[in-house]
Design a protein around this ligand. Structure first.
Ligand SMILES: NC(=O)c1ccc[n+]([C@@H]2O[C@H](COP(=O)([O-])OP(=O)(O)OC[C@H]3O[C@@H](n4cnc5c(N)ncnc54)[C@H](OP(=O)(O)O)[C@@H]3O)[C@@H](O)[C@H]2O)c1
Length: 254
């Protein structure tokens, strides 16, 4: 039977890279995102490169609170046996809290938190293999408050805390849970969040290949921070006074 990994946000950036690296490791895939043409294109490339694998894709908008159940229904309908879940879909929006629409904030929480939580909840009972894994994509944003990206930072703090707790709870069931905490990375994220000209993204960005390779090499770790600069930043955010950490974050993305 094919070992299948479900990846959300697989049409671009880190999710797309997870798809290629997991296929290289011999995993069949279910790719989820909104843009059908992108998913179709990635599916075609993967299927050509790895004809022995089964590559499915499913269009779903994770702002819809019914989407996680629909994804799991699809898994059952296709008799796909999951061994991994990459909860990667997410987005941010630069700007002052009061100047961004309430709908954008609520959609962000639905995608970054609620759909991640619901998918995790719904797939855990389907993990019947000896060893399974969940990667929840958080961010170095999880380690401090982030003025001008307030809801995004808060959403990633949730993902980090939630994943660390699950890491302990699910260890006994042979399910590895890790929170991947990248810093600025070269994907479409900055453009979508209108952050491309921020100090954060003009200083230094990491390549997505390195980030994903590091994540997949550390599935057994609760908190995975790729890159020495990101590790140092996350550590400093926890050591310096919170007021300084949040002011520095504000400067980086004003
Ligand atoms: N890049 C960075 O600097 C960075 C740093 C730290 C953490 N992260 C996190 O990394 C994760 C991946 O982001 P990325 O950097 O790869 O950004 P990206 O290139 O913009 O990719 C985001 C992915 O999420 C999907 N997505 C967004 N909204 C969705 C929705 N409503 N329903 C379903 N899918 C949706 C997008 O697909 P569609 O548009 O086709 O739906 C896309 O595949 C996110 O959780 C992000 O917060 C990124």
């Amino acid at each position: 039977m094919n070992k299948v990994v479900l990846i959300t946000g697989a049409s671009a950036g880190l999710g797309e890279e997870f798809a290629f690296q997991l296929a290289e490791q011999g995993f069949s895939l279910l790719l989820v995102a909104r843009r059908a043409s992108r998913l179709q294109n990635i599916q075609r490339q993967l299927q050509l490169q790895y004809p022995e694998l089964v590559i499915h894709y499913l269009c779903a908008d994770l702002t819809d609170n019914q989407a996680p159940q629909k994804i799991v229904d699809y898994l059952h309908a296709q008799s796909l046996q999951l061994v991994g879940l990459i909860n990667n879909a997410g987005f941010g929006q630069r700007g002052l809290f009061s100047e961004i629409s309430l709908q954008t904030h609520l959609d962000m929480l639905q995608v970054n938190i609620c759909s991640l939580l619901a998918l995790t909840y719904l797939v855990i009972p389907t993990f019947t293999q000896q060893q399974s894994f969940i990667v929840n994509v958080a961010s170095t944003a999880a380690f401090q408050a982030g003025p001008n990206l307030a809801v995004y930072y808060a959403s990633k703090a949730f993902v980090l805390s939630f994943s660390e707790a699950l890491h302990e709870e699910l260890k006994e069931r042979n399910i590895q849970v890790s929170a991947l905490c990248p810093g600025a990375t070269d994907t479409e994220f900055a453009e979508v969040a209108e952050l491309s000209d921020s100090v954060l993204f003009t200083l230094r960005v990491m390549g997505k290949q390195v980030v994903v390779r590091y994540s997949l090499a550390h599935l057994n770790k609760a908190v995975v921070i790729p890159g020495i600069v990101n590790k140092f930043g996350a550590l400093m955010a926890q050591l310096i006074p919170r007021a300084i950490a949040r002011k520095l974050a504000y400067r980086m993305q004003k």
